[in-house]
Design a protein around this ligand. Structure first.
Ligand code: ATP
Ligand code: MG
Length: 555
């Protein structure tokens, strides 16, 4: 998948799987899963997990499931499930099976009964607060609950009545009976089930008890025949519990949990909870705001699936947490767009230029290449006429040193067109430049002028043929590289992350701009059409990325 094959190095997980296959573990089968909780949209961190899980399945001719970890109904929704399916598919992956933890509620209940029967789980009446106090600390062992030695018969009865709805929310929990003195706090009789009267997006009101994540995850993996359960490092301390549950249920297979480092990306946030807060408090326009690190946001900003997959491959998979520079992601999209984006001309901040010696009613249809290297991408017609627009920045009355663009009395080439010369600068009453009067050299179309060198080349559009457009330039959403480490990440929001240029004009051919097609607007950056906000007569383009690192456009 990488554009640079040298970069493809086997990660430590693929080495583990290779060894497992050599030893013929799992009958030579490889099965992975991507298990999001449907409590928000997927972000770039999830893309890492998706690429890894689907990637391992592909590499070893195995399968990868999409499984919704839907055990927390109060935070979950069908909208989130749909967005997750859409995003995984858009990234280019196909799941073998689409499952939900809630598909297994009945089985999970049955296994809990089995644990109770084995004397390995008990119903506890301690309150949440008491359980917390009894749990102890890293330096102090926990204390056993008075209910820990309740009889199996009583536990079975109470658990059955928990399910039947005989008790109030929070009145009881079902806990595993492991070891209150374990140095690993996760092993101090963790809760397996809680009572919660919440409508579930799939099971409705069938259940008023819901299984906890740690209990659900390992059993769901086992039920689906997952062989390698890949998760992020914070679950390392949960692995003993994952293994404990499955060790007690010998009729279930026992997948291997392997942890890898989460993606942390500079100048943004990869936590659904915090992204949710940005959306709910309207710091951004929605989950798919182009400044968001969500898959939907990146997509709307003009990132391609290929660039995101390439990024995930470049950053690799390790056991060390580290911060990745935003520049790496930008590099990947630039590589893709430089190769594949169609070239077009757009003037972001127009300055009117009248070419006095050009015939009044004439229009020329110039043929301009869609891509400087890839001739198979063809040519398009760019109309040229007496009145054109250039970028305000491309003219300077008092030019800075090495300025190669247009100056009063100077010449410049219009990309794909003629050389023009500025003869007069027109200003309004406030002294603002509003128009340039120029002349063109009719003998410079596709060739150099006689007897002189013209160095600069600028982009332009024909005023009467151009289309009005709004251009949205995005900058980083946060002012600091690690907003997650701030006391309040909201204080680190960059107040200038969006610049809207309302008076831009784009070349005529862009009325046919397609969704999710990248354009390089000559000299100003890579852009794509915002299909949600574009209306007839006013196209909206989002800048995906500048042409160069740290660049804002004009050279
Ligand atoms: P968040 O904190 O954003 O809600 P999460 O881990 O709670 O993340 P899940 O929906 O549970 O979100 O994640 C699904 C899968 O994606 C998990 O296996 C999780 O480990 C993985 N994942 C989540 N965030 C990242 C990340 N930043 N880098 C790599 N993998 C991630
Ligand atoms: Mg989670």
């Amino acid at each position: 998948m990488s554009t640079n094959d040298n970069l493809v190095t086997a990660n430590f997980i693929s080495q583990i799987i290779t060894n497992d296959l050599k030893e013929h573990k799992n009958e030579g089968k490889v099965a992975t899963r991507f298990p999001p909780e449907p409590n928000g949209y997927l972000h770039i961190g999830h893309a890492k997990s998706i690429c890894l899980n689907f990637g391992m399945a592909a590499e070893f001719k195995g399968s990868c499931n999409l499984r919704f970890d839907d055990t927390n109904p109060e935070k979950e929704s069908i909208e989130y499930m749909q967005s997750i399916e859409r995003d995984v598919q858009w990234l280019g992956f196909e799941w073998a099976g689409l499952h939900h933890a809630s598909d297994y509620f009945e089985q999970l209940y049955g296994y809990a009964v089995q644990l109770i029967e084995q004397g390995l789980a008990y119903v506890d009446s301690l309150s949440a607060e008491q359980i917390r106090i009894y749990r102890g600390t890293l330096t102090e062992p926990g204390k056993e609950s008075p209910d820990r030695d309740r009889s199996i018969a009583d536990n079975l009865d109470l658990f059955q009545r928990m399910r039947a709805g005989d008790f109030a929310d929070g009145q009881y929990v079902l806990r595993a009976k492991i070891d209150m003195a374990s140095p690993n706090i996760n092993m101090r009789d963790p809760a397996l089930y809680r009572i919660r009267r919440v409508h579930h997006q799939r099971t409705g009101d069938a259940w008023c008890i819901y299984p906890m994540y740690d209990y659900t995850h390992c059993i769901s993996d086992a039920i689906e025949g997952i062989t390698h359960s890949l998760c992020t490092l914070e679950f390392e301390d949960h692995r003993p519990l994952y293994d404990w549950v499955l060790d007690q249920l010998p009729d279930l297979a026992h997948p291997q949990q392997i942890e890898f480092a989460r993606l942390q990306l500079e100048y943004t946030i990869v936590s659904k909870r915090k992204l949710n807060q940005l959306v709910m408090e309207k710091h951004v326009q929605g989950w798919d705001d182009p400044r968001m690190p969500t898959i939907a946001g990146l997509r709307r900003a003009g990132f391609t699936p290929k660039s995101i997959r390439d990024f995930c491959e470049r950053i690799g998979v390790t056991k060390q947490n580290s911060w990745i520079e935003m520049g790496v992601l930008e590099y990947c999209i630039r590589e893709d767009l430089n190769e594949n984006a169609l070239r077009a001309m757009a003037v972001l901040q127009p300055l009117r230029v009248v070419i006095d010696n050009y015939p009044d009613e004439q229009t020329e249809e110039l043929e301009v290449s869609n891509h400087p290297q890839r001739h198979e991408l063809g040519k398009r017609i760019v109309p040229f006429s007496k009145v054109i627009l250039i970028e305000q920045d491309d003219f300077a009355e008092i030019p800075p040193p090495k300025f190669k663009r247009l100056i009063d009395g100077g010449e410049v080439r219009l990309r794909g067109s003629y050389v023009i010369k500025c003869n007069e600068v027109i200003k309004n009453a406030e002294g603002k430049i509003i128009e340039l009067r120029c002349s063109y050299d009719a003998d410079t179309l596709g060739k150099n002028p006689e007897g002189r060198k013209v160095k600069g080349v600028i982009h332009w559009v024909s005023e009467p043929h151009s289309q009005p457009a709004e251009i949205r330039l995005y900058d980083r959403l946060f002012k600091v590289p690690q907003p997650d480490n701030e006391e309040n990440f909201l204080d680190a929001i960059n107040p200038d992350s969006l610049h809207v240029l309302c008076d831009a004009r784009v070349e005529a051919s862009l009325v046919n701009a397609q969704a999710e097609t990248g354009y390089q607007f000559e000299r100003t950056g890579y852009f794509c059409l915002d299909t949600q906000d574009s209306v007839e007569g006013k196209l909206v383009f989002n800048r995906t990325v500048s042409l160069r690192d740290g660049g804002w456009g004009n050279d």
